[in-house]
Structures are given as structure tokens and as C-alpha cells.
Design a protein around this ligand. Structure first.
Ligand SMILES: [Zn+2]
Length: 412
């Protein structure tokens, strides 16, 4: 394939800086190059820099793409989504808008059980096409790689079908087993957890169906003891641990994630100073999900500013799911984080690229545009990277975006 020059870029943000950058006010840490160009060869970045240097050095047989004075960033990485489910929750949404409580909605057959009932009957092929449809929504907003959890079948075979459905989206989607999303109401809770730890985790690990496991730790859901048990099973089979913690109350979930050596602690809306210190001490990455706070109509956002200041490599993700977060756009999450979590545009961009990629083991290939890394990038309808968080509906991937990659060159 001929090499490609992407020229006439108002800015290229390379994210070249400290790996898993703990970005402060220093803009140079995001590797911002004005009036820039990039050379791509065999799906990888060969060179990136000021336009007058790069275009002059470019190979003579290169194809030239004029970015038209637009912004180029790495493809965005969404490190927390739920792509595999059937049906929708529009009835719940309408009921909530009429003032019904979550308990009333659940009693009327709504909530997660509505989704479980719509997911369980689906074949692997149907689940795969649902997941692909949802991933496509993310791609339209500039996401090129995502993590996705299972967790809407809540039985052995349905969770396995969900994992197999996610295999069809590899390598763009990294699968996580979230069988411990809620206790199924049609099964004994202890027997279900036994099955997850003793059957599903080993099966998923042996077949290479998941990279990590996840668990929803909250009052009325899974306990600290349940999480310890799942963590042991995951460790025994070589899977990493991600955790939904401290979403609805500060139940010591951040401390638990630190103690269990989790890869990520996600949500953290109610995590305070002690929890932040524990995460920093243990090197657990916080994954913050402002879209679900917004989606639930709540007002308590996680302490993003404090976490960045504590030196944590903060990640922002959409939590895309049918209930609490109908949000496919990382840009919208960045917009919320800038306004309600006091994070800067540079910190937000770091949170959805290099930091997010590191939680998926992709730190040497994705989330940054440095020589040798995947040429996985987005040309935006924007000139300045701060526009991404400023007006997320305006700053969208351009009509003629290029997302080149070693595995699947295509348009988002
Ligand atoms: Zn989630």
C-alpha cells in the first residue's frame, strides 16, 4: 500500500508525553503540534510534526490527504461500555419523566429486568448485530476502540453468548465478563455466584473470551465478600479485575478496589479523599462516567479534579447502556467533565485517549500518534482540540474522516 500523508492539519494532538500522562496545565504534555502533518505507512504512524518539515520529507510516491485545516487526534478509546443487550428502556424513561421512582418502575417490570428479558432469548448472531449497531453509534462520535461488558443475560449460557458476540467486534472491542452485574431474581444468589466463579470465569479465561471480569458492588447488589471471591477466581485464571463501585453511596468501594488490586475502579461518584488516597497508593486507575450521572438526572459528579491532583491517571468513559447512560459520545462526557468536574480540555482528552488505552493493555498501539503506533486517528470538524469539549455536537468526525488501522481501515 502506498504511504499516506495527512497534511494541512490545524493541529495534531499526538499525546506524546509521559505515558499515562498525569496532565497538568502544561499543554505541551499532550504533544500539541500546530500546522501539522503526519506520514502513515502500513497502518502505522511513521512520522508526525510541523507541516513544513513533514510534507517536505514525505516519500514521493505517497498519497496526499488534505485535512482542510482541521484538527487531528488519536481515535478515542471508550474504556467502559455495555454494548450487548436487546430491547430498549423507553417505557422506563417515560415513566421516570412522569415522576415514577426506580422501585415503582422495577415493580412494573422495568429496570434491568426489562433488558434481561429482552436479551436472554437472543442468539449469538442477534447479540452480535445488536453490539455492532451500538458500537457504530460510538464510532460516529470518534471512538475507534472500546471496552464492552456483558451482564444483561445473567445466566451461564446467555453470558457466554454475549461474550461470543463481542468476539465478532475484536480487535476494536475488548470484552469484559460482567456476569456479576446483578443477582438474577430467578436463581439462588449463592448458587449464581458459585456458577460465575467456578464455571464462567474459568471457561471465559480458557477460551480467551474476556480480558477482565467486572462486578457491581453496591447495597442490594454484590457485597465486598462477593467481590473478594470473584477477584480470587479472576486472579487464579489470569483475568484482570474492573469494578463498579461507590456509584450510589460511599460504601468503601474505592478502598476495596485498592485492596483487591483492581485494574480499574469505575463510577466513584461518592468516593471521598480517603478513597482517592487508597486508589493512588495502590495504583488503581479511576474510570469516571459523568454520562450516567447526567442520564439519571443526578447532580453528584465524581471528584475528577481532586483525582487528577492526586496524580491519578483519570479515565473518562461513556458507560453506554440502555438504562442509566444513553450516551455514545465521549465528547459529551468531556463537556460534562470540564464544566462539572473542573477538569481541563487537555486533561479530558488525555482521559479518553492515552489513559483509557492503558487500561485495555493498548498503551503501545492506541491512544497516541507516535512513530510505530497504529495510525488510528480522527479528522474532526474542528480546528482546536479544546472545541471537542466546548461544543460536542459541532465538533464531530469530519465527513471524510480517515481512521486507518492495521486491522480494519474504515470510516467511523
Ligand atoms: Zn457500567
Amino acid at each position: 500500500m502506498r504511504p499516506l500523508v495527512v497534511g494541512n492539519c490545524s493541529q495534531i494532538v499526538t499525546m506524546q508525553g509521559p505515558q499515562r500522562a498525569r496532565v497538568g496545565p502544561e499543554m505541551s504534555e499532550i504533544g500539541l503540534i500546530h500546522d501539522a502533518a503526519m506520514v502513515v505507512r502500513d497502518g502505522k504512524v511513521e512520522a508526525v510534526g510541523p507541516r513544513d518539515e513533514i510534507e517536505w520529507l514525505a516519500p514521493s510516491d505517497a498519497e496526499y490527504h488534505d485535512a482542510g485545516g482541521r484538527l487531528v487526534t488519536p481515535g478515542l478509546v471508550d474504556a467502559h461500555t455495555h454494548l450487548v443487550f436487546g430491547g430498549d428502556r423507553l417505557d422506563d424513561f417515560e415513566a421516570r419523566s412522569q415522576g415514577k421512582t426506580y422501585a415503582e418502575i422495577a415493580t412494573a417490570g422495568g429496570g434491568i429486568w426489562r433488558t434481561v428479558a429482552a436479551t436472554r432469548p437472543l442468539s449469538t448472531e442477534d447479540l452480535a448485530s445488536q453490539a455492532a449497531k451500538h458500537f457504530d453509534l460510538l464510532r460516529r462520535h470518534g471512538t475507534t476502540v472500546a471496552e464492552s461488558k456483558t451482564g444483561y443475560a445473567l445466566d451461564r449460557d446467555g453470558e457466554l453468548r454475549s461474550l461470543r458476540a463481542l468476539q465478532t467486534l475484536r480487535p476494536r472491542v475488548v470484552p469484559t465478563l460482567l456476569a456479576a452485574h446483578a443477582y438474577p431474581k430467578d436463581q439462588d444468589p449463592q448458587a449464581y455466584l458459585d456458577m460465575v466463579c467456578d464455571e464462567l470465569v474459568p471457561l471465559a479465561a480458557r477460551a480467551g473470551l474476556a480480558r477482565d471480569v467486572d462486578i457491581f458492588v453496591e447495597e442490594g447488589y454484590f457485597s465486598h465478600e462477593d467481590a473478594e471471591r470473584l477477584a480470587m477466581a479472576a486472579r487464579a485464571h489470569g483475568l484482570g479485575l474492573r469494578m463498579h463501585v461507590d456509584q450510589l453511596a460511599d460504601s468503601g468501594g474505592a478502598g476495596l478496589a485498592a485492596r483487591l488490586g483492581a485494574r480499574t475502579a469505575d463510577h466513584l461518584e461518592h468516593t471521598g479523599a480517603d478513597g482517592i488516597a487508597a486508589l493512588a497508593e495502590a495504583g488503581v486507575t479511576p474510570v469516571l462516567l459523568p454520562g450516567s450521572v447526567w442520564g439519571l438526572g443526578l447532580s453528584r459528579y465524581p471528584l475528577g479534579r481532586e483525582m487528577v491532583d492526586a496524580g491519578l491517571p483519570v479515565v473518562l468513559a461513556t458507560d453506554f447502556n440502555p438504562g442509566s447512560s444513553p450516551v455514545p459520545s465521549l465528547l459529551f462526557c468531556m463537556a460534562l467533565a470540564c464544566r462539572l468536574m473542573r477538569m481541563t480540555p487537555a486533561e479530558c482528552l488525555t482521559a479518553v485517549t492515552v489513559n483509557a488505552a492503558a487500561t485495555l493493555g493498548l498503551e503501545t498501539s492506541h491512544g497516541a500518534l507516535m512513530p510505530g503506533m497504529a495510525a488510528d486517528f480522527v479528522v474532526w470538524e474542528a480546528e482546536d482540540y479544546r472545541e471537542l469539549a466546548f461544543w460536542p455536537d459541532v465538533a464531530r468526525p469530519a465527513n471524510n474522516p480517515i481512521v486507518a488501522n492495521e486491522s480494519c481501515p474504515s470510516e467511523p
